[in-house]
Design a binder for this molecule. Structure first.
Ligand code: CA
Length: 242
């Protein structure tokens, strides 16, 4: 069964482009071009996931999300304008599972969709399946490893009380590893998730980011978070109390 997605975007060219890409990936896609149509459609039919632009004519995306959440728990990924920090925070408060900043690389969008759908199926089925994330982000988009917490929506990482400052790619790397605790990820997989396709083959880039992450977390807090699996890739093992 292919997942049913609702794409809500008033820029029709962008909506059409996203629809084609998603259909190519095997998703069933419905489009809506304004907030009211989106809300009506989302309430009438059951979708596995909604991609919801915030800046919409009539009813904006955040309002659609708030009204929808009173009735249903359909997961929503928000599409936000670059640097619209307030939108992201409001989206978090309103219950979006993730957001993506426009303009986005289609591979990043697809990765976010896959991750959101996996989290939902894990929650619904109550079991881990296939390569579903071992530690799906919570409702608030929080991933944890012992004293470390990563907030997807706030783009924030803390260890104990300390905030750790990461670049976007370090953050994506840490997020990907945390979502897949106990699952060894190859350099190619990490490269695709973290850097996108323009870096295909340059897997040494991944080693560099791992080194940066270790210097900011493992070295500072004297922990062994990221493990190297020789000839394969990297893994964060599930946290165990000593
Ligand atoms: Ca828009």
């Amino acid at each position: 069964m292919s997942a049913k997605l609702l794409v809500v975007e008033d820029e029709e060219k962008l909506a059409r482009f996203v629809e084609l890409e998603l259909a190519h990936e095997g998703y069933q896609v419905t489009k809506a071009f304004n907030g009211r149509d989106a809300l009506t459609e989302a309430l009438k039919n059951d979708y596995d996931l909604i991609l919801l632009d915030i800046m919409l004519p009539g009813l904006n995306g955040l309002e659609v999300l708030r009204r929808l959440q009173k009735e249903k728990e359909t997961p929503v990924i928000l599409l936000t304008a670059r640097d619209a920090v307030m939108d992201k925070v409001s989206g978090l408060d309103a219950g979006a599972v993730d957001y993506i900043t426009k303009p986005f690389a289609i591979e990043e969008l697809l990765a976010r969709i896959r991750a959101a759908l996996k989290r939902t199926s894990v929650i619904q089925n109550g079991i881990r399946q296939g390569n579903a994330p071992a530690s799906p982000a919570s409702e608030e988009g929080l991933l944890t490893w012992g004293p470390l917490t990563l907030s997807v929506l706030r783009h924030e990482v803390r260890y104990g009380g300390h905030e750790i400052s990461l670049t976007n790619r370090e953050f994506m790397m840490l997020r990907t590893l945390l979502e897949n605790q106990d699952i060894v990820l190859s350099r190619d997989t990490l490269l695709e998730r973290v850097c996108g396709y323009e870096y295909v083959g340059e897997t040494n880039v991944i080693d560099v980011y791992i080194r940066y992450l270790r210097s900011k977390i493992d070295d500072i807090f004297s922990v062994r978070m990221i493990h190297t699996v020789r000839g394969v890739g990297y893994v964060i093992r599930a946290w165990k109390e000593k």
